[in-house]
Ligand binder design. Structure first.
Ligand code: TXA
Ligand code: MG
Length: 354
């Protein structure tokens, strides 16, 4: 039996269009929605069949759980079992915003959302359109990033269409995303027994910001490294090659001068630079820039779009200027490292990765 092709509607953020999007969500359909981090591929989180469609539309591995988006702190009550004090304090400080908390899940969360784990990821986004859609649909919304699995996350509606046209009911255009990389994921399930919060994925809320509210936070080794063979992933999403364009990306560590010399030494070999704005003048290869050198927020904002541009320009190998991994830079470094398949060249010495 051949499946009918879905016509994907592009909706705007007018009240009429938001009502249509909310109706679709209530009916178990998939809708691409803007959030302040990246666009999400949303479905009613309490409808197991709708959630299953998310995995099919993305080509997402079944063992990678989804984040449930809510519009008010009280909305977590039916989803979770025990809420440690640390979670309440983080919610008060950073919600609505780019922070996801892992908590023990209740029996109401369909197993598919949590990929069989006994926990659930919960986040309250700050984007007014996301907020309005959760309210209007009356459903908590399960939503992974709205890219085909493995590709860079989409930060505007046109990029969602590129990946999802014909696969989902609608995309709501809420303009470009402010943050540009996904939310910070912090696991609080150990706190009840006296354990520390654990950072599983860096994002728009930095480790220092978390520590200001809950004290010392452990950083999961997968944040800055490749998972060792045989080690279970605390956050299943961290084990996959991710955010990757078709182009080979190699991170080059060194001073701006080292970087320019390294890249220029390969001019004419079909390579390009994934550089900072300031590097452009010194480079003699095609450049795609991702923000300013000393401005991690600008890098986060541009990175995924820059990765997609590499492919549009048919670039086969891109040498990326290495970002600082401090503050918000940790989220940028974490994504770029995965886009590069962990391939890093240190101009003054060693090479790591594959
Ligand atoms: O900013 C964001 O978080 C975006 C927007 C749409 O909200 N969403 C997003 O979802 O990035 P996704 O599915 O692309 O990434 C969710 C990450 C994955 O690494 C997943 O493995 C992890 O969160 N995750 C989800 N539920 C989890 C759980 N119960 N335990 C551990 N990790 C979990
Ligand atoms: Mg994703």
């Amino acid at each position: 039996m051949s499946e009918a092709k879905i016509i994907t509607r592009l909706l705007s953020d007018t009240p009429d269009d938001l009502r249509q999007a909310a109706d679709l969500l209530r009916a178990g359909e998939l809708v691409g929605i803007p959030t302040e981090t990246v666009y999400g591929l949303a479905a009613d989180a309490l409808n197991g069949q709708a959630v299953a469609r998310i995995f099919a539309a993305k080509g997402r591995p079944q063992d990678n759980p989804l984040i449930v988006h809510i519009a008010a702190v009280e909305d977590w009550a039916p989803l979770v079992q025990a809420v440690p004090d640390e979670a309440r304090r983080l919610a008060a400080a950073y919600w609505p915003g780019p922070l996801t908390m892992i908590l023990r899940r209740s029996g109401r969360v369909p197993a598919a959302v949590s990929a069989g784990l006994d926990t659930v990821a919960v986040r309250m986004p700050s984007h007014p359109v996301a907020h309005a859609l959760i309210r209007a649909s009356g459903c908590p919304l399960a939503a992974p990033s709205a890219n085909r699995s493995g590709s860079p996350s989409p930060t505007d509606a046109a990029r969602v269409m590129e990946d999802m046209d014909g696969r989902i009911a609608a995309v709501v255009d809420g303009g470009p995303c402010r943050v540009g990389v996904e939310s910070t994921v912090v696991d609080l399930t150990g706190c009840a027994a006296g354990g520390r919060p654990r950072l599983l994925r860096p994002g728009g809320v930095t480790a220092t910001q978390l520590e200001a509210v809950v004290g010392p936070v452990e950083i999961d080794p997968a944040v800055t490294g490749r998972l060792a063979e045989g080690v279970a992933a605390a956050s299943p999403g961290m084990k996959y090659k991710h955010y990757a364009p078709a182009a080979r990306v190699v991170i080059v560590r060194g001073t701006p001068e080292d970087y320019a010399a390294f890249v220029n030494g390969r001019a004419g070999q079909g390579v390009a630079a994934l550089c900072f704005e300031e590097d452009r003048g010194a480079l003699r290869v095609p450049c795609v820039s991702y923000g300013r050198r000393d401005d991690p927020a600008s890098q986060a904002h541009s990175l995924f779009e820059a990765l997609r541009r590499l492919d549009e320009q048919g670039i086969r190998t891109a040498y990326a200027a290495c970002p600082s991994a401090e503050g918000m830079g940790l989220a940028v470094y974490n994504r770029l490292l995965r886009a590069a398949g962990f391939e890093v060249i240190d101009v003054n010495g060693q090479t790591t990765g594959s």
